[in-house]
Design a protein around this ligand. Sequence first.
Ligand code: G4P
Length: 287
Amino acid sequence: MTIQWFPGHMTRARRQIQDKLKLIDVVIELLDARLPLSSRNPMIDDILQNKPRLIVLNKADLADASVTREWIEYFKNEGHLTIAADASSGQGIKEISQLAKQLLKDKIDRQIAKGINPRAVRALIVGIPNVGKSTLINRLAGRNIAATGDRPGVTKGQQWIKVGTDMELLDTPGILWPKFEDQNVGYRLAVTGAIKEEILNVEDIAFFAVKYLSKYYWPRMQERFDLGEQPRDFDTPDEIVAIMEAIGRKRGCIVSGGRVDLEKASSLFLRELRAGKMGTFSMEAPF
Ligand code: G4P
C-alpha cells in the first residue's frame, strides 16, 4: 500500500513557514529521537534556507540513548547544533533558549558593539505532526497555550510567547510532513504512533516492528515474551510470523481451534512497545 505524500498540504505548509521565517531569528527543528530521518521533512533545507537552526531530538526518553548520541554526532557533522530533549518531563528544555542564543552570538555581539541593546531572540518551532511541538511550546512557555491552529479565513495577529527574558516564541508551530513515499519511513512512523493505524494495516506495522526489534533488541524481546533463540534469517517472513505467534500465545490471543489471533497480538505488541514496556528503542541508526 502506498501512502500519499499530500502535495497540497506540503505546499500550504511550506508557504506558511516561509511567511513566518521573515518574523523570526532562529528555527527549532523538532525530530523524533527514535527516528530522526524518517520524522524529518526531506525538503527542510530548501524550506528553511540559511535561517539559523537548532535541531532538537525530542522524545529522547523513549529512544535508545546510545543511538541518540550517534544521531547528535551525525547532525553536528552536518553542521547543526543539536540536542536531545524530553518535552513531556522538561529534560533538556532549559538548554534550548541558551543554544538558540548561541546560534545568534555573532549578530548579538555586533549589536552590542554598536551600542544596540539586543532584543529577545525570536524562534519558530517546526516539525511533523505528533513530534511534540505543542508540548514543547507549553513547556517553554511554562503554561498551557491554547492551540490556535491555522484556520483558513481566520485572521489573527501573531502571538509571541515569552520564554524567560531573552527569547520569544511564535505561538503557532510550523507543521511539516515526512516523506511517505518510502514504505519503510511510513512503517517506522506508524510503529512509534506518529501516523494512524487506519492508514497502514496493524499487522503489517507490528510485523515490521517485530522484525526490527528481533534483529537489534533481541534480549528484550526474549525476556518479555519468553522467546527462544534469536532468528537467524530476517529475510523470510516465517521466523517473524513464528515470533508473533509466540507473542500472541504468551498474551492469550487465541481463537477457536487454538490458532493465534495475529491482529489482536499485533495490537497488543504495539501498545506495549509504545507504552515503553520493552524499554527504550530507536527505529533507525545513522551509521
Ligand atoms: P504536536 O504538537 O507536534 O502534534 O505533538 P504534541 O505536542 O501534541 O505531542 C504528541 C504526543 O507526544 C503527546 O502524547 C505528547 O504528550 C507526547 N510527547 C511530546 N513530547 C514528548 C516527549 O519528549 N516524550 C514523550 N514520552 N512523549 C512526548 P499524547 O499521547 O497525544 O497525549 P498525552 O499522552 O500527553 O495525553
